[in-house]
Ligand binder design. Structure first.
Ligand code: SF4
Length: 341
């Protein structure tokens, strides 16, 4: 059975107007599908547009262009009432659970709020029973219900954020750097919790993180973003074994490998310089100012986002037969090989 596409993101753009006719192109034409029950990791350096992509999908930002299709329906074509109902299906977990939880509300009030807004359950008694159930599901208990967020550790606060996200029984959770602010020892506990909940409830995750090592274990597939663009998307396994885009190679070669034999064999792809401003991005390929393999054509036209092998999309002229002869590509690939077997 082929996997079920639950969400399709097509050519999504979010530009922020900056005055004087300038705009900040935070997301500039991102396309990907999300399959039911999978975890898609979205990674890239700070400022690459990954969080803005998540927030634009959630309609926390109004998109500049493109389409977000949930279960075959373009979410921006829906009536206000339909959009309100759709909010139940997609929920978000944030990086800083403390900032996203109202400090003046008790844990019970925080988890009750979305249920009250969406008028779930017939009585307050039933809603409270659900609050206790959710607390148990995320590894807390009913004694925590009447306490305030400041009484909890970072990891516990993230558990409260997860309980709130689950209150509406969603299909999709967009997790925006949910473990980045936590201690390393707590990160694994939160990842384990998210994995268990996914298995129990059939959840689909879009898991946003700033480095590849953070999403490696949790993701079925990984999308790599750079300066508002998706540059590579494939299975987690293939991305780690043989990254194709020069930016993915650079990100991966920066992750230390504990095995010294492999570490010795691995060539480093070093990228230099700062990420350019999304207000004035480079012409053609946005990565060209830092790409060690840039060619003349890279300044002239933007690479097409295309499937270069089954289940792998890349935006780079090196993998476009119309731009680079396949025999030339071989030479490049030898030069670019990052051995992470
Ligand atoms: Fe590098 Fe050119 Fe590929 Fe961009 S299109 S990543 S500049 S080789």
């Amino acid at each position: 059975m082929s996997p079920h596409k639950t969400l399709e993101v097509k050519n999504l753009k979010k530009h922020f107007q900056m005055g004087k006719g300038k705009s900040l192109k935070a997301v500039d034409g991102v396309s990907f599908d999300l399959y039911k029950g999978e975890t898609l990791g979205l990674v890239g350096e700070s400022g690459c547009g990954k969080s803005t992509t998540g927030r634009t999908i959630m309609n926390l930002y109004t998109q500049t262009d493109g389409e977000v299709i949930y279960e075959g329906q373009n979410v921006h074509d829906l009536s206000e009432k339909e959009q309100f109902l759709l909010k139940r299906q997609m929920q978000m977990i944030f990086q800083d659970p403390y900032a996203s939880l109202n400090p003046r509300s008790t844990v019970a009030e925080i988890i009750l709020e979305p249920m009250e807004i969406h008028r779930l359950y017939a009585s307050n008694k039933e809603r409270m029973a659900r609050v206790y159930e959710l607390l148990e599901e995320v590894g807390l208990n009913r004694d925590h219900a009447n306490r305030y967020p400041h009484e909890f550790s970072g990891g516990q606060r993230q558990r409260i954020g997860i309980a709130r996200a689950l209150a509406l029984d969603p299909d999709i959770i967009i997790a925006d750097e949910p473990i980045s602010a936590l201690d390393v020892s707590v990160q694994a506990q939160v990842v384990n919790l998210l994995e268990r909940l996914q298995e129990e409830k059939g959840l689909t995750y879009l898991f946003i993180a700033h480095d590849l090592s953070m999403v490696q274990h949790i993701s079925d597939r990984i999308g790599v973003m750079y300066l508002g663009h998706m540059v590579e998307l494939t299975s987690s396994d293939r991305l780690y074994r043989q990254p194709l885009h020069p930016y993915t190679q650079a990100l991966l070669s920066a992750i230390p490998i504990p095995d010294p034999d492999i570490e010795d064999q691995r060539e480093q792809v070093i990228i230099e310089g700062e990420i350019p401003s999304p207000i004035d991005p480079p012409s053609g390929c946005v990565f060209r100012t830092r790409c060690p393999f840039a060619m003349d054509v890279c300044a002239e036209k933007a690479p097409v986002w295309q499937e270069v092998e089954h289940g792998r999309q890349v935006a780079c002229h090196l993998y476009d037969d119309k731009v680079v002869d396949p025999s030339e590509r071989e030479k490049h690939q030898q030069k670019m090989k990052v051995n992470v077997q």
